[in-house]
Design a protein around this ligand. Structure first.
Ligand code: HEC
Ligand code: HEC
Ligand code: HEC
Ligand code: HEC
Ligand code: HEC
Ligand code: HEC
Length: 492
């Protein structure tokens, strides 16, 4: 029977498999060569080179082997006596020696290449380019904000995955669903925060930030500009009592110490964004437990017990360490300070915040409208200024567009209102979610809203002073700043 002398691989299935594998191999080599030469990582190329092409190569090899097995069974059925269980190898024959050596070398090369390949594939799925740009449209807000933040050089995985295999697998599992959601156009807009299964801060933030670090009091200067014609500047200099430290070094005080190291604070929130907090429990170092309840809340103890409880960590205050969406009020203050918006234009602050706070359907529409409206204001209401300062108006428009592009994302419905920053209390409740003088313990202790608990205001001379609100309101503790300071336009 002549066909039995033929090599087992000479069957249509194996030939097809070999062809697929060969083409995929050539493509893999070519793509890896291009990827290595590219000056910056391209997510699509990376995926092709390290994941798709090698997968096709393996598929080709699998088809080849399947072909061999099928062919062997077929021959066995036709002529069992002709098919011996194992190939007979006579290493004294030169040709056989050559083939065996070649097969061995081939296997070693393939195994090595696939180890390198899977490491590259692993590594690749951990890059910021993969996380931030592959699902381009979806992650634009997070990626843009991240690139402008203090953590721009910390990889996405530093906070979202962390070290160890468990979270790697968890992230890849949820990641696979996300890829499906992206392809099927089923993702939420905006992507909701807080992130439901964010890894606890002890295993991410605290791998870089030493929680016992003592910061002491930190001077922070807030530059504001009013909504009047001159955009009058106003500087607030605060000595923020960040504190921290650990009892063993004897240096403990302030915001960080109280919140994390010696105390365990647990709370329950009624809403997804953890803004409405009716119940808080503090367990101090000696194990003493104090419960605070909000006087304003009508929930019964049973209803509170049914709410999800959360142990407070870094992210309950620093929920925007990197995806920071500044409010128009804050961004414009910064641009006026930097001089990229010209303060000599009448009502510069007011007009800038006005165009930045409106709601737009899309980014291109917003860019157009910002340029038109800002320019039109001066053309119509300030013709003399318009004639004299056209260049300065144009420069300001460029800055405004840049601010919009970096902080507002109509396509994903993301801006400073959707992802509120919980550090501070000017535009959001922030610290006042708990520090509102309304949370009382059984023995009558209140979580303080006293202005000097967290910071002291420094006056002109550098001595501590009382904070002077530009509009007379009486006792500021009776207010939540965010009720008026929305982050958008303010009226005088
Ligand atoms: C410094 C740590 C850190 C880094 C680096 C980081 N993130 Fe985040 N990310 C967070 C935190 C904290 C949250 C919000 C958690 C919360 O509110 O529960 C978050 C939230 C998100 C969200 C949910 C939407 C939102 O804005 O809250 C997405 C999506 C996201 N990150 C993607 C990324 C991508 C993509 C990268 C890399 C380009 C990245 N992150 C890098 C810490 C980080
Ligand atoms: C891979 C290391 C790394 C991780 C993980 C990390 N950070 Fe940082 N963080 C840094 C570095 C480095 C800086 C200083 C950046 C600078 O000053 O340019 C910083 C700065 C900060 C600052 C000061 C920001 C400012 O305005 O100057 C805060 C707050 C902060 N991190 C909080 C966090 C929180 C919260 C997390 C976890 C969600 C986190 N970090 C995770 C490395 C890290
Ligand atoms: C009843 C409304 C209201 C409340 C509540 C309120 N503010 Fe104001 N605030 C104003 C108005 C109006 C201005 C003046 C806006 C302008 O012309 O610039 C202002 C101005 C300021 C300024 C000067 C910067 C600027 O834009 O001029 C600071 C700082 C400020 N407020 C802080 C606070 C803080 C902190 C709180 C909470 C403790 C607070 N405000 C509560 C209405 C309010
Ligand atoms: C109770 C809220 C709260 C918690 C919880 C908290 N922080 Fe802070 N943190 C602050 C405030 C407020 C500041 C002062 C700086 C500011 O106002 O921007 C600060 C400052 C910092 C700074 C210094 C920023 C600078 O200006 O140099 C770092 C870094 C930091 N925090 C990291 C952390 C880490 C890591 C954790 C978790 C172990 C943590 N924080 C927990 C509120 C908090
Ligand atoms: C989840 C509720 C909660 C949030 C949010 C919160 N705190 Fe607190 N804070 C507490 C509790 C509870 C205490 C301790 C009260 C006690 O002494 O038993 C406390 C105590 C403090 C103290 C010490 C006060 C003292 O008597 O010395 C400072 C300072 C402080 N917090 C700052 C902040 C700052 C700044 C923020 C916002 C960045 C903030 N806290 C947000 C619950 C909270
Ligand atoms: C629980 C702590 C806490 C209490 C109580 C508190 N503050 Fe603050 N405040 C902060 C923190 C933290 C910041 C800094 C936020 C930041 O870094 O962006 C801040 C910032 C400010 C700023 C500057 C805001 C800006 O963005 O320009 C003013 C003004 C201010 N506080 C006034 C007050 C007044 C007035 C009171 C009393 C009614 C008060 N604060 C009570 C924690 C507190």
């Amino acid at each position: 029977m002549p066909h039995n002398n033929k090599h087992l691989g000479r069957n249509p299935i194996s030939l097809a498999g070999a062809l697929i594998a060969f083409v995929a191999l050539m493509n893999t080599i070519f793509l890896i060569y291009i990827d290595a030469r590219a000056s910056h990582a391209n997510p699509y190329l990376g995926i092709l080179a390290w994941i798709v092409a090698p997968a096709i190569l393996s598929l080709g090899l699998a088809v080849y082997i399947a072909g061999l097995l099928i062919e062997r069974r077929r021959r066995h059925r036709h002529a069992p006596e002709m098919v011996r269980p194992y190939p007979s190898l006579d290493l004294n024959v030169r040709r056989t020696r050559f083939i065996v050596t070649a097969v061995f070398a081939g296997v070693i090369c393939f195994v090595t290449a696939s180890v390198i390949g899977s490491y590259q594939a692993f590594h690749y799925t951990e890059t910021d380019a993969f996380c931030g740009t592959l699902c381009h449209q979806i992650m634009i807000p997070e990626y843009t904000a991240y690139k402008l933040s203090p953590h721009a050089r910390v990889g996405c995985v530093g906070c979202h995955v962390g070290a160890g295999a468990t979270w790697y697998v968890r992230s890849k599992l949820s990641g696979s669903y996300q890829v499906y959601a992206a392809l099927a156009n089923k993702y939420p807009r905006p992507i909701p925060s807080p992130v439901e299964n964010l890894r606890p801060a002890q295993q991410t933030c605290e791998q870089c930030h030493w929680p016992e670090k003592f910061f002491g009091a930190q001077l922070k200067v807030f530059n504001h500009y009013q909504y009047d014609e001159q955009s009058t500047p106003r500087e607030v200099r605060l000595l923020i009592k960040t504190g921290g430290g650990s009892p063993s070094s004897g240096m403990t005080s302030g915001i960080h110490w109280h919140m994390n190291i010696s105390n365990e604070i647990t709370y329950a929130a009624t809403d997804w964004q953890r803004q409405d907090i009716p119940w808080i429990q503090v367990k101090d170092r000696s194990g003493k437990v104090t419960e605070y309840r909000s006087e304003g809340s009508k929930l019964t103890p049973a209803q509170i017990a049914a709410l999800p409880h959360r142990r407070m960590d870094c992210v309950d205050c620093h929920n925007r360490p990197t995806h920071i969406y500044l409010s128009p009020d804050r961004s414009v203050d910064r641009a006026l300070l930097a001089g990229t918006i010209d303060r000599s234009l009448p009502f510069a602050k007011q007009q800038s915040v006005t165009v930045l706070s409106k709601d737009y359907k899309s980014t291109p529409q917003a860019m157009q409208a910002i340029a038109n409206d800002f320019t039109a204001y001066y053309r119509t209401n300030q013709p003399a200024v318009f004639a004299a300062k056209k260049a300065s108006i144009d420069r300001s428009v460029t800055t405004l567009k840049q601010i919009f592009g970096n902080t507002r994302f109509p396509e994903m419905n993301v801006d400073w209102r959707t992802h509120r920053d919980n550090v501070g209390h000017l535009y959001t409740l922030g610290c006042f979610r708990c520090h509102d003088d309304q949370h009382v313990s059984a023995d009558g202790k209140r979580i303080s809203k006293e202005c000097t608990v967290c910071h002291t205001v420094l006056g002109e001379s550098g001595a501590t002073a009382e904070f002077q609100h530009p509009v007379e309101l009486g006792d500021l503790r009776n207010f939540n700043c965010a009720d008026c300071h929305s982050g958008g336009v303010m009226s005088q």
